[in-house]
Design a protein around this ligand. Sequence first.
Ligand SMILES: Nc1nc2c(ncn2[C@@H]2O[C@H](COP(=O)(O)OP(=O)(O)OP(=O)(O)O)[C@@H](O)[C@H]2O)c(=O)[nH]1
Length: 730
Amino acid sequence: MSKLRVYDFAKKYNIPSKEFVVILNQHNIPVKNHMSALTEQQISEFEQKFDKEKYFRELEKKKSETPHEQSTQNKPQNAAAQKKQGSETSGAKDPVKSKGNTASGAKKRPVSSNQATQQKPRDHSKKEKTARSVYKRIKDEKKKSVLENQIYEIPEILTVGELADILEINVTEIIKTLMMAGSMVSINQEIDFDTASIVASEFGFEVVAIKIEDVVSKILEEYDEEESENETIRPAVVTVMGHVDHGKTSLLDRIRKTNVMSSEAGGITQHIGAYTVNVKNQSVTFIDTPGHEAFTAMRSRGAQITDIAVLVVAADDGVMPQTVEAINHAKAAGVPILVAINKIDKPGADPERVKQELTKYNLVVEEWGGETIAVPVSAKTGEGIDNLLEMIVMMSEMEELRADASREARGSVIEAQVKRGKGPVATLLIQQGTLHIGDSIISGTTYGKVRTMIDDKGKRLKKAGPSTPVEVSGLSDILVAGDDFIVLENEKEARQLAEKRKELQKGERVRRTNISLDDLFSQIQDGNIQDINIIIKADVQGSIEAIIQSLEKLDIDTVRINVIHGAVGAINETDVLFAATSNAIIIGFNVRPDKNAIKLADTEKVDIRLYRVIYDAIDDIKKAMEGMLAPEYREKVLGNAEIREVFKIPSIGTIAGCYVTEGKINRNDDIRIIRDGIVVMEGKIASLKRFKDDVKEVNAGYEFGIGIEKYNDLKNGDIIEAYTMEAIER
Ligand SMILES: Nc1nc2c(ncn2[C@@H]2O[C@H](COP(=O)(O)OP(=O)(O)OP(=O)(O)O)[C@@H](O)[C@H]2O)c(=O)[nH]1
């Protein structure tokens, strides 16, 4: 029998599961949350003790004693009545409201932004759609917040006029109040939250600061939720991926050249990071930076820009490690793959072999009954390129890519730099709507007002629609590739938001919360995850397959394990970015992360687990899923040294001359030898010497000689890593 969870049991009594958790605990049945499993004994115990009728009787009684908040809330009231209620309520609670206590008082009763978003009727007039204003957004919601909480939501920075508008008080009254407090202000002057809250309290109102980031998320949420009424077909955005030297850049160049020569004679190609070509009166946009690394780096910043991935495979070389990586990265992003079998002009070209190899990765070509389109091409001679472009157009038609050009623009940053005479410029890919000259945008902590716009042919544009890449100027600073951008009502708002974000960034960097083995169980319990994504890096292909097979056998109900990528070699930055983007855990089997990967894993909060025995890896995951991961020891790396020279000494063995690159090496440390990112052995130090003397430790920057217990196969360039096992708290 499968386990009975609290939420299933709660259904029997028709009681909401969260309430049921409380009831169970009241009946001495300890459960953590609605996902907790109950034993048969607990169930029968509860059934004997619980008096259902009594419970519902008491519930009814309680309900009749409390006022019907719901109906009061929904009753329309005029502004004066609201204000009166506002002042009376806050006054009644706090008759001697002193200046400055408002903010802290307000903190105790924050306005639920979630609630507000959910309940707001979705009625956007056309005018609202084209003017996205933080200030207006707050104003729209203020009536509701007054009704619910007698608290006004105000921006963290606003003008005197805006405050007057929100509180519905004559602006001269506000100016007068501020003057009496010794502050001479005009209607358009900006004041901060503290000042605004003091003014508000003078009039008997309580205010809370609405967080800038909340407003931005609300705006973005609203944007996504809004139905686009005028959707039309938009061009596909294509990224080219594949193994090194298979011809990605050559293919992109060939496509661009062919196109410019045929239809844009006279145009001067501008390298802006992406370009558009015309195929049978339809446009296709190509991202100029090939490779899955760039693709995943963009994705890790939130940019989902690619509609189709063109996988370039050289016909004379076949499927190679990075071909497989590219396939996995595209698949994890849910992007359809079109295969370009390149270099068919070469004598050794064998397109059929490529098709055969691809089947191993579930890419079965159409002529063999699959769904993958594969086009033979030569970036060198141009053969097959037209066919490839036509297939891209066909695929984009199948994908039904649509966008509403009548909305205000939203999209992603493709590239950014400073140009002479232009200041900071950025290539923006418009994904929705139309960007106009003069639009105010915000992206990350930078804002701007679009001053000029050019396309990839150097043509000046006044506006640009969906899927168009444009280089814009008029920005306050350099944008970051992969960040999104949105259009706000005016430059002032964009600036305020950008400045606020910058301030927040100065504090603590907003960290991504990624999955880790330690919190896996609680996340499963809370129902937050149903899929566990895993990336495996190992020393040999056989280990990857063995791990995948063992993982498949793990059977924990309601959760599925997906190995989204497995490859031979050290753990690198791209792996970490991929994990961060796909919320995956990285398992390293007999391999190590490189330095950049360690750093990135730390900032991106990616859990990397290193193992030497397959059983240990599987066991850890199993235990994590069952919530039984015992408090454990985790290794701490103490130092790294590089082997610079190897001496074979008869009767003693191999001694290596080394240099400590980081930390220190102690005589008693555990050590491992790493060759090209792969662990070749783990063991103990047999001897540690500086010149002729035995030493206890060697610090960074010093040379030393080392002998390893029962191991002689040392090589120049090997890394000796010293580590110890440390108890960690979970
Ligand atoms: N014969 C022939 N050579 C090609 C073809 N396409 C590319 N090449 C050659 O293959 C080599 C690699 O091409 P690139 O376009 O630089 O390959 P890439 O995939 O962009 O390489 P990376 O940027 O290093 O990953 C170059 O010497 C090209 O001239 C082709 O269709 N036929």
